[in-house]
Design a protein around this ligand. Sequence first.
Ligand SMILES: [Zn+2]
Length: 447
Amino acid sequence: MTSTISGADGVMGTKESARLLGEDPVAWRRELHRHPEPGFGEFRTACLIHDFLQERGFHVRIAEEAMSRSAIHYLDEARVAESAGRAVLSGVDERLVERMKAGGTAVVADIGPVSGPVVAFRFDMDGLPIEESESAEHLPFVEGFGSQYSGLMHACGHDGHVAMGLGLAAELARAKDGLNAGVRLIFQPAEEGTMGGAEAIVARGLVDDVRYMICCHLGLGLPTGAIVCRSNFLATSKYRVDFHGIEAHVTNDPQSGRSALLAAAAAALGLHGIAPHSEGWFSLNVGTLRAGEAVGITPARATAEFGFWAETSRVHDYLEGRAREVIVGSAKTWGVDVEQRLIGRAPASLQSETLAAIVAECASRTSGVTEVRESAAVKGGEDGNVFLKNVANRGGHGVYIGIGSDLKGNHHTANFDIDERSLRIGVGVLCDTCLQLQQTLGESLKQ
Ligand SMILES: [Zn+2]
C-alpha cells in the first residue's frame, strides 16, 4: 500500500505532504495511523511535528535539547535503527533524523511569554508491535489508512493524541499574542512499556517551571462525549531477569550442570504466588520466558520478563521487595547466577483537585461534551504519572484527562480503532482549559 498523500512515500517530501494536511485533526490522525513507529523510534512522527510547530512560530526543541537519554530505562537498539531507516526512506529531513538518533525522538515546543509559569500538555507518539487487522469491519483498512509497516500499529490511540496536540498547537498559534503565560507542548516518545520517555524529558528540566500540567488519553472505556477530569492509573514496574547456569551433557555429566531454565520456571511460579495485599489491588504477570538450547544440554541461559501494576505506591513497593526475594531465592535453590534489570516504571497517580475542577468547568461548556466525570480508576500503568508527580512535588497542579471515544476493538488489539469525532471534542476541551488557565495565571501575575 502506498501513501495516499503523496502517491508514494518520499516522492513529495514530508514537509509538502504535511502542508497538504492543513490543520484537520482527522487528516493528521489518518496520516499518523499509516506510519506507526516503535517507542524511541518515532523519527517520522517527530519530524512532522517539528515542521508543523516551527512553521507556526513555536520555539521547538528536539533530540538532546528535549530529553536526556541517560534517564531511559530500556531501549531496543535494533528496532530504533530500523525505524530511523524507514523514516529517511519516507522522505523526512535526514539531518533531523541524525540528530534524533543521537539525542532521542522527543519534541518539546513553547509559545507565548518566555519567562514565568508555564502551562504544559503532554502527548505520546508511539505505536505498538501489533499486526493491524485487514478485516472488512476495520475502518482504517477499508478506508486505506491502515498501517503501512508490517508488525506495527497505532493500537492505543497515540496517533489521535498527536493529532489533538497539533490541533491545539494550531489554535495557540492563532491566539499567540494574547497569551499571559507560556504554553509548552510535550510530544513524548515510548509511553508503552513506560520505558523512560517521560523521565528523559523531566531529567532535561522541562517541567521545572510548569505550574499546570495536563496529560490525556482517548478511549479508556469511556463513550464519545464523556470526559474524565482525573484518570487514576496504577503504579507499575517491569523487569528483565537473566539467569546464568552451567551447561553439561545430560547423561555423561549431569551433576555438573546448573539449569537456568528450572530456576526461571521456579521464579515464574513463585512470582505468581505472591500473596495479595490488604491495602490495594494488584496484578503481576510473567510475560515472557526464553530458555535452553537443545534437549541433551543442561540449559545454561534463561531470560524472563515480568511486570506488576498496583493501586498504591505501598503495594507496588511490597511487590518489588517480594519479587526480588523470590528471584534471588529461586536462583540460589538451582545454583545459578541472576541479574535483574529495570526496563519500565511509572509511579501511582498524584493529581490536583483544583485543576480537575477547572477542567470540569471548561469541559462542561465545550461543544460535543455530553458528560463530565470527576475521576475514574484505570486498570493500567502510564508514565504521564511521572510528569504529574514531578509537577506536584514542585507545588504545581497536574491532571490526567480521559477523553471518551467509542472504540472498535479494545486497546492494544489488532481491531482497535477510535471514533474520530472524539478528536475535535478533545481539542476543544484542551483548548478551552488552556485559555481558562491563561486567565487564571494572568490574574495571579497581576496581583
Ligand atoms: Zn496508550
